[in-house]
Write a protein that binds this ligand. Structure first.
Ligand code: UD1
Ligand code: MG
Length: 458
């Protein structure tokens, strides 16, 4: 029997009532990715023959999120053993090897730990259970061991005696089960318990009574916390971020204030990257080597190329590409736009749906007017151009290489290369007229005061 041949079953049909949310529990994100997708990603590293997600009725949203993984529907939520039964057909051709049962609400699980479960199977266990010792064990099933330290049964918190509740070793929910025995065990589970549910945990008592070897693999509590509430979600997020910050530093990034830098599951950081305080990485961000990110930045689906300097207070939205050695400064928003090598947009600008050539300077307050209320339009700015401060560029517009646009311009037509273009109202000077205006206004003010004094007397 090849215990290393794996099928993963992820249970995700629970209502998650304790989350008090319209969103199914397993779709709540950790590090910008739905919990259930974290679980599937960990399982995927074992290269499973198949992965099946058990969802409840009316949970198309979950099915969509986990696609192309197969989903099966548990029609009534009768407990975790019943949920496994819903995967029977999907696993009909998987009768040898190991079925890994995972919970969609235990998102921190790592593939390294799952491999240790497979090792326990290879060492002869029919069922391996992943245990942990949480600070507060209340709510978790307790692992009961016999005199020889072998796993004898699992008792749920609600069904446990005082004595059993004092046991610190808890069930994470993850199990590795001999595929040939899984369904015969699950079919014999009853529902004579406090919740009147079919508990998957009961297969341990059944298996050990049959003389089958049941093993416990212990792992870190942070990795195995179950997320049933918003508070637990925040705890899981904090634990995930803590580990990721550590990894970023181990891999050669400087984090000035690690606790205030937030990563996504897929953030890619080069080496010798320096990140200031209060920086948020949404999904899809790549940061190349020698990039400096100053404080208070927000990024989503963006690439920052080698040597660029971004921030403070910069926002990069989907499709932003900041070229090598380019600079993006404070209060600059960049969306679906490419800044060429060495280009600069240092102050107070919106650059959207735009290509900016190498070494071009975007002056303070430049706005690319990319949206006319109906459609988005593109702006193309060539190399080594200079866009004066407070310029509005009404797309679609192309500005040629080396062009200089005067400050305060509103550019509505294409600008040829090397043109000096000024598109604003002419300046009109009227010498002496300011003085005359002041005298006139002062006279008016005096007259008004006199009038008021008369009224007050009468
Ligand atoms: C479960 C375990 C408990 C363990 C804890 C770890 C059982 C009976 N109890 O309790 O021993 O310590 O997890 O976090 O297994 N689900 C379904 N269909 C159902 C019921 C649940 O798919 O009918 C899914 C849920 O979506 C969830 C998982 O199974 O992903 C666990 O269910 P949950 O209700 O959270 O169980 P716990 O009370 O946490
Ligand atoms: Mg749970």
């Amino acid at each position: 029997m090849n215990t290393a041949e794996v099928a993963a079953v992820v249970l995700a049909a629970g209502l998650g009532t304790r989350m008090k949310s319209e969103l199914p529990k397993v779709l709540h994100p950790i590090a910008s990715r739905a919990m259930v997708l974290h679980v599937l990603a960990a399982a995927a590293e074992l290269d499973p023959a198949k992965s099946v997600v058990v969802v409840g009725p009316d949970m198309e949203q979950v099915a969509k999120a986990v696609a192309p993984h197969r989903t099966v529907v548990q029609h009534e939520r009768l407990g975790t053993a019943d949920a496994v039964k819903a995967a029977r057909e999907a696993l009909a051709d998987f009768r040898r090897g190991t079925v890994l049962v995972l919970f969609g609400d235990t998102p921190m699980i790592t593939s390294a730990t799952l491999r240790r479960m497979l090792d326990a199977r290879a060492a002869g266990a029919s069922v391996a259970v992943l245990g942990f010792r949480p600070e507060d064990p209340s709510g978790y099933g307790r692992l009961l061991q016999d005199g020889k330290g072998r796993l004898a049964a699992i008792v749920e918190d609600r069904d446990a005696t005082e004595e059993q509740r004092a046991i610190g070793l808890c069930n994470s929910g993850v199990m590795a089960v001999d595929a040939a025995r899984l369904f015969s065990l699950v079919d014999r589970v009853g529902k004579n318990n406090a919740r009147g549910e079919f508990y998957l945990t009961d297969i341990i008592g059944l298996a050990s009574a049959e003389g089958l070897d049941c093993a416990v693999v212990e792992a870190d509590a942070d990795e195995l916390m179950g997320v049933d509430s918003r508070a637990a979600l925040a705890r899981a997020e904090a634990a995930w971020q803590k580990a990721r910050r550590r990894r970023a530093m181990d891999e050669g990034a400087t984090l000035l204030d690690p606790d205030s830098v937030w990563f996504s599951y897929d953030t890619k950081l080069g080496s010798d990257v320096v990140i200031g305080p209060n920086v948020f990485f949404g999904p899809g961000v790549t940061v190349e080597d020698h990039v400096e990110i100053l404080s208070f930045c927000h990024f989503h689906t963006a690439t920052i190329e080698r040597g660029a300097i971004v921030g403070p207070f910069a926002r990069l939205r989907p499709g932003a590409v900041i070229g090598r050695d380019a600079h993006v400064g404070n209060f600059v928003e960049i969306k679906n736009a490419v800044l060429g090598e060495g280009a600069k947009a240092n102050h107070l600008s919106y650059v959207g749906d735009t290509d900016v050539g190498a070494k071009t300077n975007i002056g303070a307050g430049t706005i690319t007017c990319n949206y006319d209320g109906y459609l988005k339009h593109r702006t193309v700015i060539g190399k080594s151009a200079f866009i004066g401060s407070n310029t509005a560029i009404v797309a679609p517009v192309t500005i040629g290489d080396g062009a200089v646009i005067g400050a305060g311009s509103t550019v509505v037509r294409d600008v040829p290369a090397d043109s000096l273009t000024i598109a604003r109202g002419e300046q009109v000077d009227m010498p002496g007229r300011a003085k005359a205006l002041r005298e006139k206004l002062e006279q008016q003010k005096r007259a008004q005061k006199k009038e008021q004094a008369k009224k007050d007397k009468s």
